[in-house]
Write a protein that binds this ligand. Structure first.
Ligand code: 13P
Ligand code: SF4
Length: 308
């Protein structure tokens, strides 16, 4: 990325009173142009509080949609509105209704933010991978339907033994493709390595990890680790920030094969970012009022409960 793109982005941001937010999974050259880079929770918090008139979201659509729901008066732009998370669609209303029917008032529906606004509006609270355990444990109900991600749901269930966590069958195709045999291979090639995994990984992979947490938590843990070799079990986009944080320490980063890349996050390019800032394209619409209000309630409850 040249200085030209940087200067162009700075000029266009001033013209629109825009701020650029990027998730750790987008391309490193896009992250370099962003004002803020973070995990889903940090970005949701920022989106709810930043004063700028325009928010440009370099991530997938559920992130930009949540920003619009939390700040309906702002203009929210996406460099490529086709960047969508397949897991966001992996929950059906009937699943939620059947659980509500069965457990009545002693059921809470916890919805991973990687979900559509509709799914959020059926739920009682949103969570991200950085706060799901804490939020589920703080809920007054004993029964918790966790949607859409079965792997994060299982990870929560293991740590919240006092709860009856009911799992849905959604998953992230990228993390699901990380195999236990590949992690075993890396472990045997790298004795003494620390293995850091995202909780969207399957159960047998998480069982082989030393640590599981959100992208930000993985980055923090890697920076603090004494290990020389770090095996990173999440999308390759975190590499840039990890390299920055581990620079000069002699730490070596290892990712599993095949390299975990998210094609939807990959749709966000510098060219598309510049075009969206220049032309105001990719504007995110507010969902219908009842959906927006239900989703806003679940997101606001997460922001309240999720403060560390
Ligand atoms: P976090 O940002 O919570 O680590 O989630 C990762 C993810 O899958 C975002 O799409
Ligand atoms: Fe969705 Fe997985 Fe891509 Fe995250 S990495 S946006 S969960 S497909």
């Amino acid at each position: 990325m040249g200085d030209d793109a940087r200067a162009e982005v700075a000029r266009l941001k001033r013209e629109r009173d825009a701020v650029v937010l990027a998730h750790y999974y987008v391309a490193p050259e896009v992250q370099e142009l962003a004002d803020h880079v973070g995990d889903s929770f940090a970005l949701a918090q920022l989106a709810a509080t930043l004063p700028n008139r325009t928010l440009v979201f370099c991530g997938v659509s559920f992130m930009a949609e949540s920003a619009k729901i939390l700040s309906p008066d702002k203009t929210v732009l996406m460099p490529d509105p086709a960047a969508d998370c397949p897991m966001a669609h992996m929950v059906r209303r009937e699943t939620v209704e059947a659980a509500r029917e069965r457990y009545g008032d002693d059921l809470a529906v916890a919805c991973y933010v990687n979900s559509t606004a509709e799914a959020k509006s059926w739920s009682d609270v949103c969570v991200t991978s950085s706060n799901a355990v804490r939020i589920v444990r703080a809920l007054p109900q004993r029964n918790v339907l966790f949607v859409p991600d079965r792997h994060l749901g299982r990870f929560v269930a293991r740590q919240a033994g006092e709860k009856n966590v009911i799992l849905n069958d959604g998953f992230c195709p990228i993390h699901q493709a990380i195999s236990a045999s590949e992690v075993e291979r890396l472990r045997s090639e790298l004795p003494g390595a620390e293995v850091l995994a995202h909780p969207e990984c399957p159960e047998d992979v998480l069982a082989l990890a030393d640590f599981a947490g959100s992208t930000s938590q993985i980055i923090e843990r890697a920076a603090a680790s004494d290990a020389r070799d770090l095996v990173i079990l999440t999308v390759d986009g975190v590499r840039g920030e990890l390299e920055r944080r581990c620079a000069g320490t002699g730490k070596r980063l290892h990712f599993p094969a095949p390299r975990p890349v998210c094609p939807d996050m990959g749709r966000i390019s510098v060219e598309r970012l510049v075009a969206c800032l220049r032309d105001g394209t990719g504007e995110v619409a507010l969902p219908p009022a009842d959906v927006a209000e239900g989703a806003r309630r679940a997101l606001a409850r997460m922001l309240e409960l999720g403060r560390a």
